[in-house]
Design a protein around this ligand. Structure first.
Ligand SMILES: Nc1nc2c([nH]c(=O)n2[C@H]2C[C@H](O)[C@@H](COP(=O)(O)OP(=O)(O)OP(=O)(O)O)O2)c(=O)[nH]1
Length: 172
């Protein structure tokens, strides 16, 4: 299996809400590392490994990172003007499509690209548990969710999420 360059590497994350049909709260995760990102909030997820589809990777990451089994909903697709350019194929770099990662994605840190799906806990009594990747997991009411210290790239994602859920973010 050829190596995947950093630029083509896909990150997947989930906007886990308490209920896909009647969402009121979002699962927000504060990173524990690296030091410059510690304490900043993100959507739980991680990098797609070779041989995985993006949604397989997402289900694995959620189980590993927040001990949650989820039901996936629709994808939160970036608006056209906000999508990261798909990675280019080259002799050293096989087609991005081979890894299923040439779909429109959100630009995140260090040239990585991220796809985001809505999700809900498969068992509604399951609230998740932070593993080593996160110092805190918080179910936050949607009307105050923009007040958390999100990773820079997530601010636009949270705005789009709230718009799609029919909730305008509270502007400060
Ligand atoms: N999971 C996640 N990562 C995000 C978000 N926003 C954002 O900029 N990122 C960035 C932070 C990281 O540089 C990168 C994800 O890498 P990661 O460290 O979480 O990946 P991983 O779980 O596979 O962990 P590792 O084994 O590589 O340490 O994407 C987000 O909302 N969720």
């Amino acid at each position: 299996m050829p190596a995947i360059s950093r630029l083509s590497r896909l990150v997947v994350a989930a906007a886990v809400v308490d209920s896909l049909s009647e969402p009121t709260a979002l699962l927000c995760a504060a990173r524990s590392y690296p030091p410059e990102l510690a304490g900043r909030f993100e959507l739980p997820g991680g990098k797609v490994e070779p041989g995985e589809t993006p949604t397989q990777a997402l289900v694995r990451e959620l189980a590993e990172e927040v001990s949650l089994t989820v039901r996936l909903g629709t994808e939160l697709v970036p608006p056209a003007g906000r999508a990261a350019a798909p990675p280019c194929a080259s002799p050293a770099q096989p087609s991005a499509a081979a890894y299923g990662d040439d779909a429109p994605a959100w630009p995140v840190t260090a040239g990585l690209r991220m796809r985001v799906w809505l999700a809900e806990p498969a068992d509604h009594t399951d609230t998740g548990t932070a593993g080593t990747s996160h110092q805190l997991l918080e179910w936050t009411a949607l009307d105050v969710v923009t007040g958390l210290p999100w990773l820079e790239a997530d601010v636009a994602i949270i705005d789009t999420l709230l718009e799609e859920l029919g909730r305008l973010p509270r502007r400060f």
